[in-house]
Design a binder for this molecule. Structure first.
Ligand code: AMP
Length: 228
């Protein structure tokens, strides 16, 4: 892809926040409410690991330890995904960018096709609450719907509300040691991006410690304002 054939035609929204802030849950809800495409580099990398691609093999051990996969791998995966036709509906970046090099690569990629970032929305949370939040989460293996033991349980224990599957998955890197590493990486590598986007006038902050539905409603308002 040389930039002239990218399918991205905006809006482009970024969700920022530490692991456990609710980026995935909220991106999924925004996708349903607004029709944008959720692009989670974590999901793309897990798919690469499951498929046994070269990128997946290189990423697997780093991910299991809670580290950051190399910029080259992540940028290449995101670039390929952005070139797919559905991204013309607009995208919500969930978990990307996570480093200054990724933020700059995204700017370059968008500039090549005359696009820009509508908003980088920071989900503001209390760090100390993140470990327990992460430890309780699980996902339906059938449809990918996300749940939490305390904050968002299934209506019937063990059965997905959305698709009825009983195949529930918990991530290996949601254990305590990798979570600690992921939080450290967030503060060292990703938190500085708040200033990066603040300086460009696209940063929006949202209190994300409350109830999921209320956060989603507030987020929708921000997204509408940023894409009007
Ligand atoms: P997530 O699903 O966003 O929590 O990501 C899970 C893991 O995938 C992270 O802990 C990293 O190991 C890796 N990962 C996801 N996105 C990125 C990224 N943008 N840069 C580097 N590593 C990433």
């Amino acid at each position: 892809m040389d930039g002239t054939d990218t399918a991205v035609t905006c809006p482009v929204l970024i969700l920022l926040g530490p692991p456990g802030a609710g980026k995935g849950t909220q991106a999924r809800m925004l996708q349903e409410a607004h029709g944008f495409v959720q692009l989670s580099t974590g999901d793309l990398l897990r798919a690469a690991v499951a498929a046994g691609t070269e990128a997946g093999k290189a990423a697997q051990a780093v991910m299991e330890a809670g580290g950051l996969v190399s910029d080259d791998i992540v940028i290449a995966i995101l670039k390929d995904r952005l070139a797919e036709a559905d991204c013309a509906r607009g995208v919500i970046l969930d978990g990307f960018p996570r480093t200054a090099a990724q933020a700059e690569a995204l700017d370059d990629l968008l500039a090549q096709s005359g696009q820009h970032i509508n908003a980088a929305i920071s989900l503001e949370v209390d760090d100390t609450a993140m470990v327990s939040r992460i430890a309780g989460r699980f996902t339906c293996g059938g449809c990918g719907e996300g749940y939490h033991d305390l904050h968002k349980p299934t209506a019937v224990i063990g059965i997905c509300d959305t698709c009825g599957s009983s195949h529930m998955k918990r991530r290996a890197d949601d254990n305590t040691a990798p979570v600690g590493h992921r939080l450290t990486e967030y503060h060292a590598q990703t938190a500085p991006l708040l200033a990066y986007y603040g300086n460009r006038g696209v940063l929006r902050k949202l209190d994300a410690m409350g109830e999921i539905g209320a956060i989603a409603a507030a987020l929708s308002g921000l997204v509408r304002a940023a894409t009007a």
